[in-house]
Design a protein around this ligand. Structure first.
Ligand SMILES: Cc1cc2nc3c(=O)[nH]c(=O)nc-3n(C[C@H](O)[C@H](O)[C@H](O)COP(=O)(O)OP(=O)(O)OC[C@H]3O[C@@H](n4cnc5c(N)ncnc54)[C@H](O)[C@@H]3O)c2cc1C
Length: 414
C-alpha cells in the first residue's frame, strides 16, 4: 500500500489524481480463516486491526452485511470523551481517547481527531454534586477533567444562555482533551490498514447462521456461502441479540433507535462540544458549519434505522432555553441508528457459552468514542483468552450482580 503524505498529494495533483490506489481490496471469501469478525463498524474493524498489529493474527475476515461503516459508526455524532465515573469504564474509554490522539499517524489516514473539549452542563443541584464526584473520581483514575463555574462555561461557549428560568447553568464538567473525530474516516482508516495486512474486508456478506461442533464454533453461514473459522467475534451493535440467537445464547440487551440531526451550515460560533443531560440534548458544530444535535434514544424497542419528526421537536425544544440561537436555525437533515442497550448502560466484551465465540456489543448510545480501546482489548481477549481492559465487562456480571452502573453516573452516555 502506498503511504499517504504531503509529497503524494503534490505528486497526484500534478498527474490528475490518476495514481491513487484503491484504499482496500474487495476479495472473494476464502473457505476458512483463523478468525472471523462479524460487522465492519468501527469496533469490528479496530478489533481486526489490533489482532494483526498486536498479536500477529492476519488470516482474518471482517464480514459486513451492508457497506463498511454504514451502521452506527457512520451515523453517530462523534463525541469522544472519557470522563466516566466507574474505574473500569474510565480505563477503557481513556485508553480509546489516548489512542485517538495518534490514530491518524498510526493508520496513515486522517481521522480528523479534534480535541476541542467537551462540557457536560450541570443544570440542577443534583448534577452539580454528581459531576463534582465524577471529577474527583477522574483525578484518581488519571483522567484529566475539572468542574468549572458558570462564568468559565460562558467564556468557553459565548452563545450559551446561563440564566434559563427552568434550567440555569450551575457549572459543568470540562474535559479539555475530549472532542470529536470524522466518524466514517475512522472506519475507512482501519479498513485500509486491515486490508494492507492481508485481511479480507468483505462487504455485502450477511451472516445468517453460526455453525458449531461439540460446543465449539466452526464457522458461519453467509449470503455468500459457508465460511469456516477457529475464532468468531460478533461485533454488530444493534443486531447483537440476533447474532447471539444464531450462536445459541441470549443477551441482556435491548435494541432501540437513536436519532440525530444537523442544521443548515452557519458561521463558526462554537468550538467545543456541549452536552445538556438534564434536558437531554447535546450540540457541537461540524467543520462544515452545521450544528450537530442529538438527544435521547427512542422510548420503545425497535429496528427502524431512521429519524422521526417528534424527535426533532423534542430535542430542539429541550435545547432552546440554553441555546436561544437554535430557534432561528433551519434544520437540514435527520437520521437514526440502532443501538444496543444493556441494563447498566455498559458494554459487553466477553467470551460466550459457545467456545471460540466472543461478543463485543452493548455500547448503546456511546460507543464511537471507545472504538480504539475496545478494539485493542477485544483483540487481546480473542487472541489470548483474557484482557485487563475487558475483564469487568464479561457476561458473568449479569449473573453475579457486578453491574458497572454508568446510567446514573453518566446521565446520557454519548
Ligand atoms: C444517532 C447516534 C448518535 C451517536 N452519538 C454518539 C456519540 O456522539 N459518541 C459516541 O461515542 N457514540 C455515539 N453513538 C453510538 C455509536 O455510534 C455506537 O456505539 C458505535 O458506532 C457502535 O459501533 P459498532 O462498530 O459496534 O457498530 P456499527 O457501526 O453499527 O457496526 C455493526 C455492523 O454490523 C453489521 N451487521 C449487523 N448484522 C450483521 C450480519 N448479520 N452480518 C454481517 N454484518 C452485520 C451492520 O451492518 C453494521 O455495519 C451514537 C449512535 C447513534 C445512532
Amino acid at each position: 500500500m502506498k503511504r499517504y503524505s504531503a509529497f503524494a498529494v503534490a505528486r497526484e495533483a500534478l498527474r490528475n489524481h490518476m495514481g491513487w490506489e484503491r484504499a482496500w481490496a474487495s476479495p472473494e471469501p476464502r473457505r476458512k480463516y483463523d478468525a472471523i469478525i462479524v460487522g465492519a463498524g468501527g469496533h469490528g474493524l479496530a478489533t481486526a486491526y489490533y489482532l494483526g498489529r498486536n498479536h500477529g493474527i492476519t488470516n482474518v475476515a471482517i464480514l459486513e452485511k451492508g457497506w463498511l461503516g454504514g451502521g452506527n459508526t457512520g451515523r453517530n455524532t462523534t463525541i469522544i470523551r472519557s470522563n466516566y465515573l466507574q474505574d473500569a469504564s474510565a480505563a477503557i474509554y481513556e485508553k480509546a481517547r489516548s489512542l485517538y490522539e495518534t490514530l491518524s499517524q498510526d493508520l496513515n489516514y486522517n481521522v480528523m481527531f479534534s480535541p476541542r473539549g467537551v462540557i457536560m452542563l450541570a443544570q440542577t443541584e443534583h448534577e452539580v454534586r454528581g459531576y463534582k464526584r465524577t471529577a474527583q473520581a477522574n483525578a484518581l483514575q488519571g483522567v484529566t477533567t475539572e468542574f468549572i463555574t458558570p462564568a468559565r462555561v460562558k467564556e468557553l461557549v459565548p452563545i450559551i444562555n446561563l440564566d434559563g428560568p427552568r434550567y440555569p447553568v450551575l457549572g459543568g464538567i470540562w474535559q479539555a482533551r475530549a472532542g470529536t473525530a470524522r466518524h466514517d474516516a475512522v472506519a475507512w482508516g482501519y479498513a485500509r490498514a486491515c486490508s494492507d495486512m492481508g485481511m479480507h474486508v468483505i462487504q455485502n456478506c450477511e451472516v445468517t447462521g453460526v455453525t458449531s461442533e461439540g460446543g465449539k464454533v466452526t464457522g458461519v453461514n453467509t449470503s455468500r456461502g459457508d465460511i469456516g473459522c477457529d475464532k468468531l467475534g460478533i461485533v454488530v451493535a444493534g443486531h447483537s441479540g440476533q447474532l447471539a440467537g444464531m450462536a445459541g445464547f441470549r443477551l441482556p440487551i435491548e435494541s432501540v433507535a437513536l436519532q440525530a440531526l444537523v442544521s443548515e451550515p452557519i458561521k463558526p460560533c462554537m468550538d467545543c462540544v456541549v452536552m445538556a443531560n438534564t434536558v437531554h440534548g447535546y450540540i457541537s458544530q461540524s467543520d462544515k458549519g452545521e450544528m450537530v444535535i442529538g438527544g435521547g434514544a427512542d422510548g420503545f424497542n425497535n429496528y427502524t434505522q431512521r429519524g422521526s419528526f417528534h424527535h426533532v421537536e423534542e430535542t430542539v425544544r429541550a435545547l432552546c432555553e440554553t441555546f436561544p440561537m437554535i430557534q432561528r436555525l433551519k434544520m437540514l437533515r435527520q437520521w437514526g441508528g440502532i443501538v444496543d442497550m444493556t441494563g447498566d448502560r455498559s458494554p459487553i466484551l466477553s467470551k460466550t457459552p459457545l467456545e471460540g465465540c466472543f461478543i463485543n456489543g452493548g455500547w448503546g448510545t456511546g460507543g464511537f468514542k471507545a472504538i480504539p480501546g475496545s478494539g485493542w482489548g477485544f483483540a487481546e481477549l480473542m487472541a489470548r483468552g483474557q484482557s485487563p481492559l475487558c475483564a469487568a465487562f464479561s457476561l458473568d456480571r449479569f449473573k453475579e450482580g457486578r453491574f458497572i452502573d454508568e446510567s446514573v453516573a453518566a446521565g446520557v452516555a454519548h
